[in-house]
Design a protein around this ligand. Structure first.
Ligand code: F6P
Length: 528
């Protein structure tokens, strides 16, 4: 039976009963910001929010996140809550406010200068700064307080996201042993030799073992985690059950490959996408030439310089390809307060300029680099227009751009050039798989994308689309909820009473509707 939004809704309600779903992620799904004196909202770049927003729309509940937009506070009630999506609220967003120092130490520091390079094996040296560690601990405590407040003493499933919150599960369990806590680690987990150089490895592992369920994208990352724990802590690692027992708690460790909602591209494209495509071609002087596209945050794990060098190689090896195509790279600015990220942006810009200078002709230049945030409507348009999409991550837990591209191609055309070092490569084996460190192999991959026969494209795309259709985001969430739902105490399975309307009208509607739906479904399931 296929996984759909409706099936997930049903699973959420049967498995959770009256337990409240509280998602915790550093990144918020909607950011409010000022533009020309007006407040607007945007969806941030990045796989996590793209994947989880449809799940929250289906299940309802609260998403607890750092309020990072300059107009975020403006639209919230006094508790930092606002209904989202802003144009049609179906769940609540609880924003947590962080000081500049906390953000510096916890987000830019320990999360993205220590754990991010430590877990991605891309030869970027992690920093180990005790002050950042302190900020990380403090912010995990701040989030724990917010989650406990949201749980309101009642039954709840807390679904923690990512490496920003390794300490949070244990903090929650210590305060409320009855809470069911699950965590999904969206990035790779390295082998023990790599992870154990971290001076706070024990504390991180101890925090994560506060989870009832811990998910990674692949079995390989689960195995690495179990090996790391086994080498570090006094505990019992059960390799048959894939679980760790410690201090009376058991943590199940399982793979759950994340995905996308395959029906969203249709909505994002709308009816007039061809008109928008023509305008875009005109704006960037692309004529009607085939397009290769790359869509990434500007991050050193994504292999953007590597793909540009491969493009240069392709044009040297195949000068006949000049004027035959364009390469359009969207590079969403990311973590720009960190020097490594600023340097990378400069490197990409310089490389793009150099390649254009070397290979340009009177009426053509190969590379268009758009160093800007683009919403899902524009990104999906690019996927649909492209002859090929290039995903050349040096290391990536999953990479949802690959799956988004496939989901957008209802014409069954287009070639995906995909790094072997992504989680997505394990599923999308009909992509042109490449080693992004090998410039010749990458150049050959780009050449294939530009020259592959239509019937071969169709054959590959059809198979990839079937996989994304089946292993969609609703399946990911459904499997996770089914697993973790086994742990929700019986008492929580009672229908939730419909609450009295709270003060904020935007939240009112969301909570009352969700409670009412829970109640109706529970009655239906009880045969009433
Ligand atoms: O997948 C790792 C991750 O941190 C996700 O949380 C997010 O989708 C993406 O990278 C973007 O990162 P940030 O939230 O730091 O912009």
């Amino acid at each position: 039976m296929a996984w759909t939004k409706e099936r997930l809704e049903e699973v959420a309600q049967t498995r959770l009963g009256g337990a409240k779903l509280i998602v915790v992620a550093n990144r918020e799904p909607y950011i409010h910001r000022y533009r020309d004196g007006e407040i607007e909202w945007i969806r941030p770049a990045g796989g996590l929010t793209t994947a989880l927003d449809p799940v929250m729309r289906a299940c309802g509940g609260v998403w607890v996140a750092h309020g990072s937009g300059d107009a975020d506070a403006e639209v919230c009630d006094k508790n930092g809550r606002v209904g989202v999506p802003p144009d049609d609220p179906s769940y609540a967003l609880r924003r947590v406010w962080l000081s500049k120092n906390d953000e510096e130490g916890y987000y830019y520091g320990f999360s993205n200068s220590t754990l991010w390079p430590l877990c991605h094996q891309v030869y970027c040296r992690p920093t180990f700064d005790p002050a950042n560690w302190e900020a990380y601990r403090k912010v995990n405590e701040t989030f724990a307080a917010a989650v406990l407040e949201e749980a309101q003493g009642g039954p709840a499933l807390v679904f923690v996201q990512d490496y920003h919150f390794a300490l949070l599960p244990k903090l929650l369990k210590a305060a409320r042993p009855d809470l069911v806590v699950a965590q999904f680690w969206h990035i790779p987990w390295p082998n023990p030799e790599t992870f154990l150089v971290c001076p706070w490895a024990k504390e991180l592992l101890d925090g994560m073992l506060g989870n009832d369920l811990l998910g990674f994208h692949t079995q390989y990352h689960c195995n690495n985690f179990l090996d790391t724990v086994d080498r570090t802590l006094e505990c019992r690692v059960d390799r048959e059950k894939f679980a760790v027992a410690r201090g009376g708690l058991e943590t199940s460790v399982r793979p759950f490959p994340i995905s996308v909602d395959p029906d969203l591209p249709k909505q994002y494209l709308g009816d007039n996408w061809e008109k928008r495509a023509r305008a875009l071609r005109k704006k960037h002087r692309l004529a009607d030439r085939p397009l290769l596209v790359g869509v990434d945050r500007v991050d050193y794990t994504k292999g953007i310089p590597e793909r540009l060098r491969a493009l240069d190689r392709l044009l040297v090896q195949h000068p006949e390809m000049k004027e035959k195509f364009h390469f359009l790279q969207v590079g969403a600015p990311s973590r720009t307060h960190l020097e490594t990220y600023r340097d990378l942006t400069e490197e990409v810009q310089t490389l793009a300029d150099q390649i254009n200078w070397t290979h340009k002709t009177d009426h053509w230049q190969p590379v268009v680099f758009l160093n800007e945030h683009q919403g899902p409507e524009d990104v999906t348009l690019l996927y649909r227009m492209a002859a090929g999409c290039v995903v050349s991550s040096l290391h990536d837990g999953m990479n949802l751009v690959a799956k988004e591209f496939v989901a957008a191609r209802d014409d069954e055309r287009g070639v995906l050039v995909l790094s072997k070092f992504t989680g997505a490569a394990k599923e999308l084996t009909d992509a042109v798989l490449v080693n992004p460190f090998d410039v010749d192999e990458m150049a050959a991959g780009l050449y294939s994308a530009l020259t592959m026969a239509a019937d071969e494209q169709e054959r590959r795309m059809r198979r990839m689309r079937a996989k994304v259709q089946d292993n969609n985001i609703y399946r990911w969430a459904g499997m996770l909820l089914s697993e973790v739902g086994k742990l929700v105490p019986e008492t929580a399975a009672k229908p939730m009473p419909v609450p009295a309307p709270p003060a904020n009208p935007a939240i009112d509607q969301v909570e009352v509707r969700i409670a009412r739906e829970n109640f109706i479904t529970a009655m239906r399931l009880a045969g009433c």
